[in-house]
Design a protein around this ligand. Structure first.
Ligand code: AMP
Length: 286
């Protein structure tokens, strides 16, 4: 496994492989790898000849009040996990390499970034799209793998790739959960024992909402109300949003008659957790 920090060397090593006719899959991450990330690596391996993982805690997607300095950086363990998964290249640039002095350009996707996490985290998605655009230039891979865990991010990146004609396929992968339903996240380690228990209410509420939609419930006010109650009754928390949105436009829905995505962001203590679930009213037994 090659570990590369420099941009030129990284691009060359991808191009060399592609010159041999090999298909390259890219998995961008911020490290602190868990089974969620590993599922992306496995999807990439299943669909590519060579896999490159990037580990870069991107400063531009954190606001000054957020947890950039405290973000976990277990690089040795991450490299060991990549090696065990048969990753071919790990790209670990420094912040100075990615954002040398004088940088002035950023990528902004409009409407899709207005709602959900875009509302609570101003500038976050500009940081995401800018760093992903840069990674796509540095690593001209054939396909890139993103988790549905960050559903809005996946849709925003797909839009950017389409709008800016990046020659790369963006593949969304399902959310990996703990056995009790909690979506895996690098931030789960911040949770105390009782907060960790409380956090299971998020997926429990989402799965219950999914069942209610399948039973014929169409009112988003009712669905959201029940999710809120389930989450709030487990303990103190601050709900940033609970919304049912169109799965592609991310526009909020008032009624669910077809496919929708229910998205939740909750702060438990200082830890902000996000989760989402696809619901399908067309399977409703009315
Ligand atoms: P991050 O390191 O948090 O930036 O995440 C890197 C990639 O892993 C993103 O595409 C995430 O959506 C994805 N990811 C994170 N957690 C999960 C999970 N529990 N299941 C599936 N994908 C995930």
């Amino acid at each position: 496994m090659q570990i590369i920090e420099e941009i030129k060397a990284c691009r060359k090593s991808i191009r060399d492989r592609q010159a041999k006719g090999l298909r390259v899959g890219l998995v961008p991450t911020m490290g602190a790898l868990h089974e969620g990330h590993l599922s992306l690596i496995r999807a990439a391996r299943a669909n590519s000849d060579r896999v490159i993982v990037t580990i870069f805690v991107n400063p531009t997607q954190f606001s000054p009040e957020e947890d950039l300095a405290a973000y976990p950086k277990p690089l040795e363990a991450d490299l060991a996990a990549c090696l065990a998964e048969g990753v071919d290249i790990v790209f670990t640039p420094t912040a100075d390499t990615m954002y040398p002095e004088g940088t002035q350009t950023s990528v902004h996707v409009t409407a899709l970034t207005d709602g959900l996490c875009g509302k609570d985290r101003p500038g976050h998605f500009d940081g995401v799209t800018t760093v992903v655009a840069k990674l796509f230039q540095i690593i001209p891979a054939d396909a890139a793998y993103f988790g549905e865990k960050d559903y809005q991010q996946l849709i925003v990146v797909k839009r950017m790739v389409n709008d800016l004609n990046f020659p790369i396929e963006v593949i969304g992968c399902p959310i990996v959960r703990e056995t009790d339903g909690l979506a895996l996240s690098s931030r789960n380690i911040y949770l105390s024992r009782s907060q960790r228990h409380q956090a299971t209410s998020i997926s429990r509420a989402l799965f219950s909402a999914q069942r209610n939609v399948e039973k014929g419930e169409t009112s988003v006010v009712k669905i959201i109300g029940e999710i809120r109650t389930t989450i709030e009754e487990t303990g103190p928390c601050a709900i940033d949003y609970i919304e049912a949105v169109h799965p592609e436009t991310l526009k909020p829905l008032e009624e669910i008659h077809g496919l929708a995505r229910i998205c939740v962001a909750v702060k438990i203590g200082k830890t902000r957790l996000i989760d989402n679930l696809a619901v399908d009213a067309t399977t409703a037994s009315r």
